[in-house]
Design a protein around this ligand. Structure first.
Ligand code: TRP
Length: 461
């Protein structure tokens, strides 16, 4: 079956907005601050930045380059680029693992958390957090979890929005959404940063984030940082392969990847600088884990002047960040269905998005009716990384600790060892030596070694 001709990004800015929009998500504004908090702040940030530069950037370059060279869905692009270099068609399975296991797997629970964010916009805007204490904030969260119908409703709402945007196509859908939403995201972030400066304890936040304490660095902190770098840059699940395939030939990939990585990291840091001043101002603790955003911050907003407005804005910011990311999780699978199965785009979206919705229900139920259901207990697995091994924990662990690092490893090995240097030099438009050699050494040796360590360590009990 002949594949339909792919759309292209209509401008350089459209591509950068889309890729930064994908990268900047719950990972930056929800996960980065709490992981940083749990891992002692500044030391974590330093290694994180090193990993973004030396491991994230090379893999991002590799994915964009393979995507653009293949000019097809992530699955077929892997196959095509491999065949071009005289390699096996089986590399397409790496694209399939990413697009389906990674992309749809991640989307399934990303949407549940994003739905939670949507619900919190309303809670914040209706003043539910005004004057709440720690206990009350937890009650609000637990009541939200307990309401299965509401959780399903918000999850469905978020997936539907994602399907709507992706269904409209690259130019009329993804590109249009990010062109409106990314400036909004940036503006809200700056407003919240200003609010943190005005109302919060910025000194404590800056000390926490930027005074390095190397005694806090150990193996597990390093591995968390690497996992977060991959997650935050949207690597290994087909996203950047797909976005690269819509990229025109005359744009520099190494430079674009640099801009994307810098913007993603910058926004994560600004998010930290907006959030931690509020946390410290009210004597709250930064190391609350995932609850940092959903219980600690509401307490802070509940005590501040203008807390209703700025609290609502904060959750709007999270929602905007989440939607510009979720569309990039759905796109790889949709691209495949459209191309290979000859589905119409809408049909492909309902199919893939519907699958993510259904799998996501397992995560929804993990927070209420199935909190005690441990699906792997027959293997003796009841706890994973200190969390009860519910469906949600298992799906998150499988995607974040297995599919993503294994996918990253495969892409690094593929690009570094199987694709010819000439093909990559051509695609990156770089001469031999200099930046090209540096990049090639990083994907060929540094990335695989680092990723093997992550995988082995991550699977150890
Ligand atoms: N990068 C996004 C975030 O930080 C999430 C995301 C979107 C993602 N697409 C991805 C993560 C692809 C991994 C792979 O929230």
């Amino acid at each position: 079956m002949s594949a339909p001709v792919q759309e292209n990004w209509s401008s350089r800015a459209a591509f950068i907005f889309a890729a930064v929009g994908s990268a900047v998500g719950l990972g930056n504004i929800w996960r980065f601050p709490y992981i940083t908090g749990e891992n002692g702040g500044s030391a974590f940030i330093l290694i994180y930045i090193a990993f973004v530069i030396f491991i994230g950037w090379p893999v991002l370059v590799a994915e964009l380059a393979i995507g653009r060279r293949g000019k097809m869905s992530p699955i077929r692009s892997m196959e095509k680029v491999s065949v071009e270099s005289g390699g096996s068609k089986n590399w397409k399975w790496v694209g399939a693992l990413g697009s389906f296991g990674g992309g749809l797997g991640l989307l399934s629970f990303y949407s549940v958390i994003a739905g939670w964010v949507l619900a919190y916009i309303i809670k914040a805007a209706t003043g539910m957090f005004t004057g709440v204490t720690g206990g009350a904030a937890e009650v609000i969260r637990d009541e939200h979890f307990a309401d299965t119908g509401m959780m399903v409703f918000w999850h469905l709402a978020f997936i539907s929005l994602t399907i709507y945007i992706v269904g409209r196509g690259i130019n009329a859908g993804l590109e249009k959404a990010v062109t409106y939403l990314m400036p909004v995201l940036f503006l809200i972030l700056l407003v919240l940063l200003g609010y943190g400066i005005a109302e919060g304890d910025m000194n404590a936040a800056v000390t926490f984030l930027f005074t390095p304490d190397f005694s806090k660095i150990n193996m597990s902190v390093a591995l968390t940082a690497l996992g977060q770098a991959f997650f935050s840059l949207s690597l290994t699940v087909g996203t950047m392969l797909a976005y690269g395939s819509y990229l025109q030939k005359d744009m520099s990939i190494p430079k674009s990847a640099g801009i994307i990585a810098a913007a993603d990291t910058g926004i994560a840091l600004i998010a930290g600088l907006a959030i931690f001043p509020l946390v410290f101002q009210y004597g709250l603790t930064p190391a609350e884990g995932p609850s940092l955003i959903f219980t600690t911050l509401p307490i802070a907003f509940g005590q501040m002047t203008g807390g209703v407005i700025f609290g609502s804005l904060f959750f709007v910011l999270l929602a905007v960040a989440a939607i510009t990311s979720s569309i990039s999780l759905l796109e790889p699978a949709v691209a495949y269905f459209v191309e290979k199965q000859g589905f119409g785009r809408w049909k492909a979206c309902f199919f893939a998005g519907g699958a993510a919705f259904l799998i996501g229900l397992l995560s929804v139920f993990s927070f209420n009716i199935w909190t005690d259901v441990m699906p792997l207990s027959f293997l003796g697995i009841e706890v994973i990384n200190g969390n009860p091994a519910t469906f949600y924990t298992i799906i998150d662990f499988t995607v974040s600790n297995i599919i993503m690092p294994v996918g990253g490893l495969m892409i690094a090995i593929f690009t570094g060892w199987f694709v010819t240097r000439a093909a990559m030099r051509d695609e990156l438009d770089l001469p031999e030596g200099g930046l090209f050699s540096l990049w090639h050494i990083l994907v060929r040796y540094v990335c695989p070694v680092a990723l093997i360590i992550v995988i082995v360590w991550g699977l150890m009990p």
